[in-house]
Design a protein. Sequence first.
Length: 406
Amino acid sequence: MLPSVHTPVRKASVFLSVHRSLPQSTPATVAVFASPTSWIESDAVAQCHQVAALDGMVHVAGMPDLHPGKGAPIGAAMASTVLYPFLVGSDIGCGIAVFPIKLKRAVPEKLAARFPDLDRPLDPEQDADDPAWAVLAGDVPAGHVEGLGTVGRGNHFVELARVDTVLEPDHAERLGLRAGELVLIVHSGSRGLGERILRAHTEVHGAGPAADVAAYLAMHDAAVRWGSLNRRLLAARVAHALGAEPTTPIVDECHNLVEIRDGVYLHRKGAAPGDGRDVLVAGTRGTPSYLVAAHAGAEANHSVAHGAGRKMSRADALRRGRAKHTVEELRRTPVGSLVVCGDRQLLFEEAPTAYKRIEQVVADLVAHDLATPVVTTVPLVTYKTPDVGSTPRTARHDQRRRRGRV
DNA sequence: ATGTAC
């Protein structure tokens, strides 16, 4: 239920709340694009108002996947005359890309076993014949070679999915998508690079504005390029391992970044650019995703949701999930897909029940005229982190292996 | 979400 501080305003048949945060010389507006029945935590709305009270803030738009983050809400687009690095967060350049992939047969059990270890960085010797290297033509942004080709943790994943329902046939055709065809969906960011950039700022300025905007933006832009490059590396790596040709993405939008738009800094944290772009709104490890044509206007800060959005904190998902689910039912989902995840804790944290219903999130985007669904995709194999082998390993061994030293 | 410290 939405907190009482919200003043619901009926707009046609949809719900939208717009109000001002006081006191401030030029008060910022807050708008949350969700229906009254959608699950939005009051803590997340409170974070929107905290952000709205910051110096220079103009407008805060909460997406239907809005949920509380560390200091700032996730699923929000925040326009300000001042650039705040913490409103982008540490995973600068995180985004979701969609790559067509052609496979003769798609048996989840067989393909799951063929996924490469995406915790291990690309190795010049071990992966010498990997076509992923071709993606690296030219310089690596910021010279950051560490972690290239790794997917990371948290909500990041690489998923082999099948195009299911085609809702906009002409648009789908333009993207080269037909029902039954396969895609790789890659959700990953700038790994250690973005984290390093935010930390360098935070150590000196905390949650304050960027002191040297040009310097921050130069590093930020490199992290955004690094993230996109890494998604291509990941897709090429997986395609190679599955015996398919690497492809270029038909969709690749970054949902953690800042851009200069209409003369202000538009920070996006878990909000994808929604101005005439195609965006993959990720479901969960066990539910469909929606590829949408986004057409969000100024009131939504030209943004759309980036996924289902967490309904439970990681701690709650772990505690409640252990009582509710077995590892087996999380590894084999209701839609028949497999989840490759050797980390039991992560499996519970990322359980579909820990997330909002993607159908409701997309319905909210549609109701507010922010996006039009083009196709749905259904997972076949979702890769999170390597399956644990039969040989017990020490934590130190796992750490070394992730860094490519074993 | 992250690398690192506990």
